[in-house]
Design a protein around this ligand. Structure first.
Ligand SMILES: [Zn+2]
Length: 512
């Protein structure tokens, strides 16, 4: 009888700790402390400068990324967080690539130096080289043949298809109430290709990728001096990469010029002018084929709950132009500051709080997927970490203020966030959208139904500046970041100590 009673009591306890218990917010006393530390004694400016100006750009597997990894690990240690470390997350076949020197100018019909960005994983020139520019207009594979045998030693200008018109939209925006209300509507009845959202491809992606490969083969065989792409506007070149596998011969040099500079040269050639450029591009390849994540913790203190993980994170890698400030220095700044706030206040979580700064997001969620496969779910099977996973909060939409959160079509998350948001509504965090959002690291976890979320965030000037050399410290709104870090610290405090846990999304069928 006694045994049975103990069994039933234990059963009731286990059951109540997962689903049945009412969701509770941390005490208002902690809300007040967290707000005071996050809003009045914030370190976001210090952390922001450290991640952007001090670290520079952080391209996946580059030497500069490794340097930034060491810098941020040291900073996490200074904040007193437990076990700060860089750790292997996944293989990365492209290997490392760093810019050593970049120079490009038009020299005929007159001299004009350009703001220029090499495409990542493209090759170097043989010192300072000079050549004639020709228009290389390839829209389909048949077009390639008309250039065969005619491009050796030439600089190929790929005309931009982008239309540049006067833009009457504001440079930066915030959500208005009407837009936010619209996000609160459940859109599950709308046709979507599959769970997890995903925008439909606006063009034939497979044909596009096939043509890109044919063009790469053509460059290798025909040996032009350099390929010039149009990417970025307002005389700011964009950042992107070429396909490359570590150990292959170095690709032909490729650069991105702003569409205005490229457009000028294309128009001159179309009018019969001879256009020449000179350039010197030195890029360094390395056979470092690993993606690393950065971790640090505040250990849990409850004997029963300390093995459960409340995870917060953002991707630390960036493209190579600029300093990856909005994309995604901002996410890292907020998550690091949220950890600092809780540590500084001596908050003792029941569950363990873990910070993860992912690598390899820009080339395909390598860091977060690596974590999933190492600890949570791999090869169609749950790993021990799966049932210990309490929550993941991700940030990757620039520097704007949080207005709410996307609940990824998991109705079970609603009562938790409703309880937790009570003490942060005064910071403008009011909107729980049932919708999904995609394109970044939380997707690695939502795909297997785990409770992982991205915030509804004011856009500011994100889409004008991200993936360009303009993505620097100046793109950060410190007041927005302070609020965001305070909100994260509070939500994490609630999730770490709530008697219940957000259930795994029951609509995700892992056996499919
Ligand atoms: Zn990003």
């Amino acid at each position: 009888m006694k045994k049975l009673f103990v069994f039933l009591a234990a059963f009731a306890l286990v059951f109540s700790s997962s689903r049945m218990q009412a969701q509770v917010s941390e005490s208002p006393e902690w809300a007040t402390r967290i707000k005071a530390e996050g809003l009045s004694r914030s370190q976001v400016e210090e952390i922001a400068q450290y991640i952007t100006d001090f670290s520079g750009s952080r391209l996946t597997a580059s030497r500069q990324k490794r340097r930034a990894d060491s810098l941020i690990v040291a900073k996490l240690g200074e904040f007193g967080l437990s076990n700060p470390r860089a750790a292997f997350a996944s293989e990365f076949t492209r290997g490392g690539w760093d810019v050593v020197k970049t120079y490009a100018a038009m020299t005929s019909p007159y001299y004009c130096a350009f703001a220029v960005n090499p495409r990542a994983w493209s090759g170097s020139t043989d010192g300072l080289v000079k050549g004639e520019c020709i228009i290389f207009d390839v829209q389909a594979k048949e077009d390639l043949e008309k250039y065969r045998g005619k491009v050796a030693g030439k600089i190929l200008l790929l005309p931009s298809t982008r239309e540049v018109e006067i833009n009457f939209e504001p440079l930066a925006t915030r959500y208005d109430e009407k837009e936010l209300e619209a996000l609160m509507e459940d859109n599950r009845a709308e046709a979507r290709p599959r769970f997890g959202g995903g925008r439909g491809m606006p063009f034939d992606y497979r044909a596009y990728m096939e043509l890109r490969q044919l063009m790469a083969d053509f460059y290798k065989a025909e040996k032009p001096l350099c390929i010039v792409n149009g990417s970025g506007t307002f005389n700011i070149p964009g950042s992107s990469g070429v396909n490359y596998r570590a150990g292959d011969p170095e690709p032909i040099p490729e650069i991105a010029l702003p569409v205005e500079d490229l457009g000028r040269m294309v128009r001159l050639i179309q009018k019969g002018q001879k256009v020449e450029m000179e350039m010197e591009l030195i890029n360094r390849f390395s056979d470092d084929c690993e993606v690393h994540n950065i971790y640090a913790e505040i250990p849990g203190t409850d004997p029963k709950l300390k093995d459960e993980i409340v995870l917060i994170g953002a991707h630390f890698d960036s493209w190579h132009g600029g300093t990856g400030a909005a994309d995604n220095g901002s996410g890292c700044i907020v998550m690091v500051e949220a950890m600092r706030i809780l540590k500084e206040l001596g908050f003792k979580p029941k569950r363990t709080i873990r910070l993860a700064l992912w690598g390899g997001e820009e080339q395909g969620l390598f860091g977060s997927r690596g974590y999933l496969n190492q600890y949570l779910y791999n090869d169609g099977k749950k790993l021990p970490g799966f049932d210990k996973f309490a929550l993941y909060l991700n940030m990757d939409n620039g520097s704007g203020r949080f207005r709410g959160i996307y609940l990824e079509r998991n109705d079970g998350a609603v009562p938790f966030f409703e309880a937790w948001m009570k003490n942060i509504e005064s910071l403008g965090f009011k909107y729980l959208s049932p919708r999904t959002t995609g394109g970044t690291d939380h997707v690695a976890f939502t795909r297997v139904g785990l409770p992982a979320y991205q915030f509804i965030q004011d856009e500011l000037e994100y889409f004008r500046t991200y993936h360009s050399v303009m993505d620097t410290y100046e793109r950060l709104s410190m007041s927005d970041l302070k609020i965001d870090a305070t909100i994260v610290a509070w939500l994490v405090a609630c999730a770490a100590n709530d008697p219940g846990r957000i259930p795994v999304n029951p609509a995700v069928n892992l056996n499919q």
